[in-house]
Structure formats: structure tokens, C-alpha cells
Design a protein around this ligand. Structure first.
Ligand SMILES: [Fe+2]
Ligand SMILES: [Fe+2]
Length: 162
């Protein structure tokens, strides 16, 4: 990322990164790294994708991308895979003012595993960015990837890119 973009990105997410509840995600393990770092990776890929595609509301989308996994492990049940988007949305709404689009971005980011469908371009960008980043992190940091989940990730990518 260029310095100019780095500065703009930091200005967009600055207040989120100062929030105590959110900072606590650095103690949660996610794909072999901290959930804070994973969220930042997804937000950066989202920001750069929005810029490339000239998406106008890139600030709104980038902020939602950063908040997409705003949950702690002890807040979810053993079905975290399915229920963490709803918990992340609640935590994000408790701490920040969200638009309807941002709410959908967070709620639908596990598409197609959850029943909430992406309903705007930001949601499609974030759910794709999350899968690319997750796969990259799992491989790079040797976090366990279930074969089935990997297969579904690939299917999902193919589906989204059509
Ligand atoms: Fe997630
Ligand atoms: Fe994620």
C-alpha cells in the first residue's frame, strides 16, 4: 500500500483501533494469528479492492470489514462458525454507529454458510476478501484447515466471482 493510502486507511479506522473492546481481539487466536491482525488484513484487502473498483462508499465498507469478526471466543457456542456474525454485529452496534449496509456486511460475511444474504457490493467484497485472507493465513501460519471447509471456500469463491 502506498504511504498516501496507508494514511487514508488509518484515518478511516483510527477510532475503531482505539476502542478497548476491539483492541482486546489481539488476545484471541484466529487462523494462527490474532483476531485483531486478521481483521486488519481483511480491512486492508477490502480497502484496496474498493479503491481498484472505484467503489464510492469505500470508507463505510472498510470500517465494516474491520468489524466483521468483532467477537471473543467465550461469547460463541461450539457453532461459532455459524453464530459469530450475529455476535460480531451486536458488538459492533454496541460500540459504533452502523449503517444498514455495514450491518449486512457483518451479518453476511460467512455467506453461503449463513442464511443472511449479501445485499450490497460491500458485502460481496468483504465476504470474498475474508475468504482470500483466511485461506492465506491458514496456509502461511499453518493453522488447521478442514478439507470440507476449504472445498466450500473454493466453491464460494467461484460462485461469487461469476
Ligand atoms: Fe468471520
Ligand atoms: Fe474473518
Amino acid at each position: 500500500m502506498t504511504l498516501k493510502k496507508e494514511i487514508e486507511f488509518n484515518n478511516i479506522v483510527n477510532d475503531i483501533l482505539k476502542n478497548k473492546e476491539f483492541i482486546a481481539l489481539k488476545y484471541e487466536i484466529h487462523h494462527g494469528i490474532s483476531r485483531l491482525d486478521h481483521s486488519l488484513n481483511v480491512a486492508k484487502v477490502t480497502y484496496q479492492t474498493c479503491k481498484k473498483l472505484k467503489v464510492k462508499n469505500y470508507e463505510e465498507i472498510t470500517r465494516a470489514a474491520l468489524l466483521h469478526d468483532f467477537f471473543k471466543n467465550d461469547e460463541v457456542t461450539n457453532k461459532a462458525f455459524l453464530n459469530h456474525p450475529a455476535i460480531s454485529l451486536k458488538n459492533a452496534q454496541d460500540n459504533f454507529n452502523l449503517t444498514k449496509k455495514q450491518a449486512n456486511i457483518i451479518e453476511s460475511h460467512m455467506f453461503p454458510f449463513t442464511s443472511v444474504m449479501p445485499n450490497n457490493v460491500g458485502s460481496f467484497i468483504v465476504t470474498s476478501a475474508d475468504k482470500f485472507v483466511a485461506l492465506y493465513e491458514c496456509v502461511k501460519f499453518k493453522a488447521p484447515i478442514k478439507v470440507g471447509a476449504s472445498f466450500l471456500f473454493i466453491l464460494n469463491l467461484c460462485f461469487i466471482q461469476r
